[in-house]
Ligand binder design. Structure first.
Ligand SMILES: [Zn+2]
Length: 254
């Protein structure tokens, strides 16, 4: 039996590299081509970003921009797995980009070492197919959400602290909720990992679920977590899912 000829725009090298995904009927060549044509903006190269990016790059998301103004600290090595001891003091985005380029040299990887303002976000976000929020503070999360609502760009949001994590995706289309619809419910009471601690693999689990969400949305696979908040409790190993409804009075999307 002869092998089917490549029916797509993928090069023979790409067809080989992504062969284990191409054989999935849910993705197929069409989904892989969509991944390769996608541009992802990933904000926050801490534990979540370090977990998500290798899978985004390995699975063939065509272009990724990494944003973080921070440098690598000794206390980051416990969970930010793209960095090495020799990288301490270096730029997170530069080190991450260098590491990710070794994983997949055909992906376009940009490193922006800066903290994005609302103005920067309003300019940047419309240029992307999807945004991953891997940041660790509510002010930045709300600013990213507002830019995604305005530009109607899907957002995959993740958070992890102590032994808990959460993931939610927002299509920013139709009458779905936005991040602010539910973040306004918990206000400013959240702590950072520096204050509350974090168990290392928990950020890995949440970051990789964010990568899975991005690949599903961009590759047209299955059902994303739109309108749902998925919570993980590492103490018991349990996942719980809650529905997220749009708040008609939301000041961002209402
Ligand atoms: Zn809203």
């Amino acid at each position: 039996m002869t092998k089917p000829t490549n029916p797509s725009e993928l090069s023979p090298e790409q067809a080989m590299r992504y062969s284990r995904q191409l054989m999935l009927p849910a993705l197929d060549f069409r989904g892989q081509e969509a991944l390769l044509a996608s541009k992802v903006l990933l904000i926050g190269m801490g534990g979540l970003g370090c977990a998500a990016t290798p899978y985004l790059v390995a699975s063939g998301i065509g272009s990724i921009t990494l944003v973080d103004d921070d440098t690598i600290d000794h206390s980051n090595l416990q969970r930010q797995i793209l960095y090495r001891e020799a990288d301490i003091g270096q730029s997170k985005v530069q080190q991450a980009a260098a590491s990710l380029r070794q994983l997949n040299s055909e992906i376009e990887i940009q490193a922006l070492q800066q903290r994005l303002s609302a103005d920067n976000l309003a300019t940047l976000v419309p240029q992307y197919s999807l945004v991953l929020d891997c940041t660790d503070n509510l002010t930045t999360r709300n600013a990213i959400n507002a830019a995604c609502v305005k530009a109607k760009v899907p957002l995959v949001s993740g958070a992890a602290i102590r032994l808990e994590g959460q993931v939610a995706s927002f299509s920013m289309q139709g009458d779905g909720a936005c991040y602010h619809c539910f973040s306004q419910l918990f206000g400013e009471q959240q702590l950072t990992c520096m204050e509350a601690g974090i168990l290392s693999p928990v950020v890995g689990i949440i970051g990789t679920v964010q990568a899975l969400e991005a690949v599903k949305i961009l590759g047209g696979v299955g059902t994303p977590l739109y309108g749902k908040l998925q919570l993980f409790d590492a103490l018991t190993g349990q996942w719980r899912q809650f529905g997220l409804n749009k708040d008609p009075g939301c000041t961002v999307c209402g």
